[in-house]
Design a protein around this ligand. Sequence first.
Ligand code: NDP
Length: 252
Amino acid sequence: MFRLDGKVAVVTGGNGGIGLGMARGLTQAGAAVVIAARDEAKSSAAVSDLRALGTDCQAIRTDVTNEESVAALVRQTVAHFGRLDILINNAGVKIRLPVQELTLDQWHQVIDTNLTSAFMCSKAAYVHMKRAGSGKVINIGSMLSIFGAGFAPAYGASKGGIVQLTKSLAVAWARDNIQVNAVLPGWIDTELTQNTRREVQGLNDRVLSRSPAGRWGTPSDFEGIAVFLASEQSNFLTGTAIPVDGGYSSQV
Ligand code: NDP
């Protein structure tokens, strides 16, 4: 149960935070993992970390907002490993500005990185999954897939959109035996939130008091859900959006 031996996974934004947590889970379950991100120093550190866990891993420098870069990522993955079974659309950015201060360029930057990238990567991966007769796509949403937030309108729109994209791909590809699900992280201690935590007074205390689990999540909280959604044990689960949030979204 829950083994991924012989499977090949691409994790966008897998060189740190939640993506690296998921990549660790997949690696420990036996999958080979490709880390797709821009910062080559961070990616090569992540690859060393993953190789120490035992399977073959590679970094492919990728900008997920660029269609040619995404095409090259999938091409090089298949050229090196011969297949692509699991895609985790995790790369993301957040700009904290109210809508009246957000520029159109900033809007596009967030939507392109968080949502359009998932469309492009999934589309590029599909042909290989269909040919193999199976595949798994895991999209990363947010609590802002559920709740509105006046401080991050583009981020909220991208994360709401990722849930609907997940359902659309799930329905479209179910007969191809490709399952598509979303994971909605709560407040997780990563680079993305470390600055926010410093800048937004009272945030740390609010997260701790509002979360039933009484703590921030960590990247290792995502190892198990990644393995489950990537494994055959989730073959009848598709189109869902699963909160991994210590109960945050269940509490009024
Ligand atoms: P990090 O900042 O640690 O990770 C973000 C990753 O995205 C980095 O690895 C970065 O790599 C990559 N990335 C950003 N832009 C691009 C790009 N254009 N091309 C390729 N890679 C890119 O944050 P998290 O781990 O927290 O975030 C991971 C995901 O989880 C995001 O989608 C985020 O929205 C989501 N999330 C996080 C929450 C949290 O509390 N931390 C809560 C809810 C959702 P590089 O810069 O090297 O390209």
